[in-house]
Design a binder for this molecule. Structure first.
Ligand code: ZN
Length: 164
């Protein structure tokens, strides 16, 4: 069975940030040591460059792929820096520059990076931490199965490594 629309694909991955072509990269995250990640193919659940690289693969395939920011988490936007009152942070009194924290917004918590801390306001960067970065994924496809009607209706995978 091949990875294509409306299949649930499970895979292990190791993702590194790559600064130039010879670079082995700095590991950002890995699924090793926990359940493989499971996602519903063709529903925008993972970054476009990775979904493209997985298309047509079968269980047991392993491969490396390098993904430019445009096909990963997008370019960094300079206008995504905002000054926010401290009271909007759960941990407002313990913030330090460089820290990642959660900001409460109308759309739910959003992860941000702290740039500067004042007495009553905090400057934060709303860019995704991996925005503007070229990423290298080492992938092992562990399983591919047909999605259930319920999964297709919800637009995501259920069960181990998925939602619920
Ligand atoms: Zn669901």
């Amino acid at each position: 069975m091949q990875a294509e629309n409306d299949k649930v694909v499970s895979f292990h991955y190791r993702v590194s940030e790559v600064r130039d072509n010879d670079d082995q990269g700095v590991e950002v995250e890995t699924s090793r040591g926990r359940a493989p990640m499971a996602f519903l193919f063709g529903h925008g659940n993972i970054i476009p460059g990775l979904e493209q690289a997985i298309a047509g693969r079968a269980a047991g395939d392993t491969f490396d792929v390098t993904i430019e920011p445009e096909q990963a988490y997008g370019k960094r936007r300079d206008d995504f820096v905002q000054r926010v009152p401290k009271k909007y942070f759960r941990d407002g009194e313990h913030l330090k520059p460089g820290m990642a924290t959660a900001l409460s917004t109308r759309d739910g918590p959003r992860s941000v990076t702290v740039l500067k801390v004042g007495s009553s306001v905090v400057d934060v960067d709303l860019n995704h931490p991996l925005a503007g970065k070229t990423l290298r994924f080492a992938v092992e496809i562990t399983d591919i199965r047909d999605a259930t009607e319920e999964e297709i209706a919800h637009g995501h995978a259920h069960g181990p490594g998925g939602h619920h």
